[in-house]
Design a protein around this ligand. Structure first.
Ligand code: BTN
Length: 320
């Protein structure tokens, strides 16, 4: 798309670039360049046009698109960066990733500005309005046993905390297994889905929803949910946060793959675990336990001291 090519030129120059130079380097007419600039301005880019000098991109605002996401991810110089698929709107990035997983052999990331049918865990929905959040699904194809899939959710949770703490002066915490909580309010959730056959895992989709620049929430979740903007006062560039999450995910995934379990990430995970040392109630499919959370073991199970007995919790919900 010409608009994207023009944007790449503006992003890589901090002096004015003439319409003539842009048209020559892209091999298109000056009218086409002018139209692309108009479209970018309509999308919210603040582009200064000066006679005889050309175009200059002024202070950037939070605009999500393919070019911004790719450029920010490229800045981390990952050796195995995923292919990016950006959509203005989709039912669910997890659903879209499932469709694409059969067609794309490498890792890829589906990002949407808005979801019309965002899915949460346990059949719940995920509020996904346009312009303020991050809704993305990373599809990976690791060679590992099917039973280890749930640990990828924990790897993702640690990575979300690492990324938030890289960009914001705030501590992000994890409510076991994978809710990201700040000041007792949920900021981010993870929905991991996978497909396997006789040979093992075909793909894993790690779906992440992050409340970034939201100023308000629907009535049914407004007491439990918050956003990074509401908790820090900082209006963030979503593309930068997406790139940071992807960088930390691959960094943590490399640590995970060395042992094939959570032992290398246990300390990082427990440093973020909000439940540690606290009374927890486990709503386990087998029953309700009360106890003190001790941490996780190398499989990612929550260890709880329940009346002197150490219980390993492998699924269910924890209420603090
Ligand atoms: C949760 O219930 O905590 C998990 C929420 C996961 C939401 C994300 S948004 C991107 C991806 N697509 C979906 O439909 N769901 C996940």
């Amino acid at each position: 798309m010409l608009k994207n090519e023009v944007l790449k030129i503006l992003l890589s120059n901090n002096i004015h670039v003439s319409g003539q130079d842009i048209s020559e380097s892209l091999g298109v007419s000056r009218t086409a360049v002018w139209k692309a600039i108009s479209t970018l301005k309509k999308e919210g880019y603040n582009i200064e046009s000066v006679n005889n000098k050309g175009y200059l991109l002024l202070a950037k605002s939070d605009i999500l698109n393919q070019v911004e996401i790719e450029q920010n991810i490229n800045s981390y110089k990952l050796s195995n960066a995923p292919q990016i698929i950006y959509l203005d709107e989709v039912d669910s990035t997890n659903n879209y990733a499932r469709l694409m997983a059969e067609k794309i052999n490498s890792d890829f990331l589906v990002v949407a500005d808005k979801q019309t049918l965002g899915k949460g865990r346990m059949g719940r929905s995920w509020s996904s309005p346009a312009g303020v959040g991050i809704f993305m699904s990373l599809c990976i194809k690791p060679e590992m046993a099917v039973e280890k899939t749930s640990m990828i959710t924990l790897v993702t949770a640690v990575s979300l905390c690492d990324a938030i703490e890289e960009l914001y002066p705030i501590n992000a915490t994890i409510k076991w297994p994978n809710d990201i909580v700040i000041n007792s309010k949920k900021i981010s959730g993870i929905l991991t889905e996978m497909s396997s056959d006789m040979d093992g895992i075909k793909y894993i989709i790690s779906g992440m929803g992050i409340n970034v620049n939201n100023k308000e929430f629907p009535d049914d979740i407004k007491d439990m949910a918050s956003s990074l903007l509401l908790e820090t006062g900082i209006l963030a560039d979503r593309s930068k946060l997406i790139a940071a999450v992807i960088y930390h995910f691959y960094k943590n995934m490399n640590i995970f793959l060395k042992t094939g379990d959570m032992s290398g990430l246990k300390e990082n995970y427990e440093n973020h675990l909000v439940n540690i040392g606290k009374d927890v109630k486990i709503l386990d499919p087998k029953g309700i336990y009360q106890g003190v959370a001790l941490g996780i073991d190398e499989t990612g199970a929550l260890l709880v001291n329940a009346e002197g007995k150490i219980k390993r919790i492998i699924s269910g919900e924890v209420s603090v």
